[in-house]
Design a protein around this ligand. Structure first.
Ligand code: GMT
Length: 374
């Protein structure tokens, strides 16, 4: 089967999910074509069966906003004809589902069938998509996709609650490649915690929805009772305000901003806890990755997070903004070795339910269903 994948190539869970799914399928012998404007960050373009088709957006003085959707839809049409694509999988509705549907319609006029699977990831529904500026087009592209999936029950509900959706939404949870975590990875803990301090890690694209001020405040409370260091991984608009807050509350010397260019598996392997106090999170891929590394998670109980981080089992969940509870739970785990070990084992066990070997076949079955139904 020739599969086209549309995704955001930048840092972010939806691009990671799309890329890892594509690479897994390619290793199984499927031909996987990524169609996007830049190479997805985790994509190995030299791997067998992986193809990368760059979308070029032409600038023209008339355009204040170059029409990316048009360029993407055109590239999908060209790629589908040249490489005989059987199915297109659009990750993140905006603008991918809309571009995929347009391409599919154009191809249909030429007698070519290209079914569209759309995977909803989160903010394409809960934040951006429901904005009136996009809502009719997002609704249209969901209702005209051949198959629609959402990454959690919570997101499925949000989609039905916020949009006039006539399609069935299938929940296909995100996944993790457990093999990546089973490798013996040299630990860099000493580099970040020379005196053996606990390492609390936060990983995100540092946008307002991630509530970085709560990361810093929670860490500040933990730091009052325990020697600890905070590893801030990622980049984004909230990074500098977070640094400023760390200065204000006097913990800056124990906060390390490492940027994006790090191996996430290595970072997680040398962390003690993951802190994810998001305002919204339809799944929280990084929580799953932490659990795969045996790292308990302290998160909020928003959106799909409780489906991933099981409260009192793999970590703890608290109400959005409740930094006192989050710090209390973190200390509870860090101060009790046997509780910590139990949670760590539970986390690994729970992550196994989301292994790529279990989840990818669900997508394969959906591709086959979509192709067969045309
Ligand atoms: O966070 C976003 O704005 C977009 C998106 C992304 O590309 O990272 O994140 C969403 O998709 C991830 C992968 O399915 C989920 O793990 C994240 O929970 C979800 N983000 C939000 O819901 C805020």
């Amino acid at each position: 089967m020739n599969i086209g994948i549309l995704c955001h190539p930048t840092y972010g869970g939806s691009g990671v999910v799309a890329t890892e799914l594509g690479m897994f399928l390619a290793a199984k012998g499927y031909k996987v074509h990524f169609i996007t404007y830049a190479q997805p960050v985790r994509l190995d373009i030299l791997a067998e069966n992986i193809y990368y088709h760059e979308v070029q957006v032409h600038e023209y003085p008339l355009f204040e906003f170059p029409p990316y959707e048009l360029a993407l839809a055109s590239k999908v049409v060209q790629t589908a004809l040249k490489w005989k694509l059987d199915v297109i999988h659009a990750h993140y509705a905006i603008p991918h589902a809309y571009a995929a549907i347009s391409a599919s319609r154009i191809l249909r006029e030429q007698g070519v069938k290209l079914p569209v699977i759309t995977t909803l990831h989160g903010t394409d529904i809960t934040v951006v998509g429901r904005n009136p500026a996009y809502k009719p087009a997002v609704t249209y592209s969901i209702n005209h996709s051949d198959i629609v999936t959402a990454v959690s029950q919570s997101l499925k509900k949000d989609s039905y609650d916020n949009f006039d959706i006539t399609k069935e939404i299938v929940v296909v949870p995100n996944f993790v490649d457990l093999k990546a975590f089973e490798k013996e990875i040299p630990c860099i803990k000493r580099q970040f915690a020379p005196e053996g301090q606990n390492i609390i890690t936060h990983i995100s694209n540092m946008r307002p929805v991630k509530r970085l001020h709560d990361v810093i405040r929670t860490f500040g409370l933990i730091r009052q009772s325990l020697p600890a260091r905070l590893l801030m991984v990622g980049d984004g608009p909230e990074k500098e305000p977070a640094r400023q807050l760390a200065r204000e509350i006097g913990v800056i010397d124990d906060v390390i901003f490492v940027g994006n260019a790090v191996d996430i598996y290595r970072v997680l392997k040398c962390s003690d806890l993951l802190l994810l106090p998001s305002e919204k999170e339809s799944f929280g891929l990084v929580a799953l990755e932490a659990m795969a590394a045996g790292i308990p998670v302290i998160s909020t109980n928003t959106g799909g997070l409780p489906e991933v981080n099981l409260n009192g089992i793999t970590g703890f969940t608290a109400n959005v903004g409740n930094v006192e509870d989050m710090a209390h739970y973190a200390l509870k785990l860090l101060n009790d070795k046997s509780l910590y070990s139990r949670f760590s084992l539970n986390a690994i066990q729970n992550a196994r339910k989301f292994s790529i070997e279990k989840i990818a076949p669900i997508y394969i079955a959906l591709y086959e269903e979509a192709v067969g139904s045309l």
